[in-house]
Design a protein around this ligand. Sequence first.
Ligand SMILES: [Zn+2]
Length: 253
Amino acid sequence: MYYFKKTIYPAIMNNLSFYLQQRIQEINIDLSDMKNIDYLQLFKWLRDKFPSLSYDALFELYAFHNNINISNLDADFKKQLIQQYKNIPPTYLPLSRNIINKYMDMALYEAEQALQYNEVPIGAIVVFDNNIIGYGHNETITKCDVTAHAEINAIQIAQRTLGNYRLNHSDIYVTIEPCLMCIGAIINARLRRVIYGACEPLTGSISSQFQTLANKNVNIVTEGIGPIDNTKYGTILKRFFYNSRKNKFFNDF
Ligand SMILES: [Zn+2]
């Protein structure tokens, strides 16, 4: 007696619409990896690239992931699924290490500019569609303005560049974890991602002192990524404060 091993064709061809298969390939995800990726996460990534994608795609992904027919999902269950999707923290398509390094280094260059004016050396860059649309460093002394932090300056330029106070599809790169004021501005500007170089233990408002982006009571669309490299991006600031304390010590005598 012969047993023929049943040929397993990728189930994906049977369950997912051609339209959705194409969208998935357009975000550079291999269809054979699909089962290993959380369907909520995948739908978030797809929505990042195709904002008008309907919830039907989410239902399709769920059915595919669980090997069931989409017609088995009733209205209540679909509502639950949408709620689950809304509850997961914002995440967008992963950024390549090269892209992160490229823009973080530009933010570091901005931080170095601040040193020339004896300002606290923090720099920020706003990027939209691979173009720099805003940049800035701390100018609190120069402008005599406590709100003139690097992020605020960069956001203001970005808003003027786009002619829009909303920066939905833009990312901000900043050398040091933002303070409460700046994370507030970032959230209000609806920036998509905030990528920070080093932690700021005293005032940092993403992971260190406050976890603002984890607050489920506020409709936050911003994803926080960092710290990228505490030594590389934090040293300039530590050295600055070390030198200013040293100078103060000598001036006091
Ligand atoms: Zn700030």
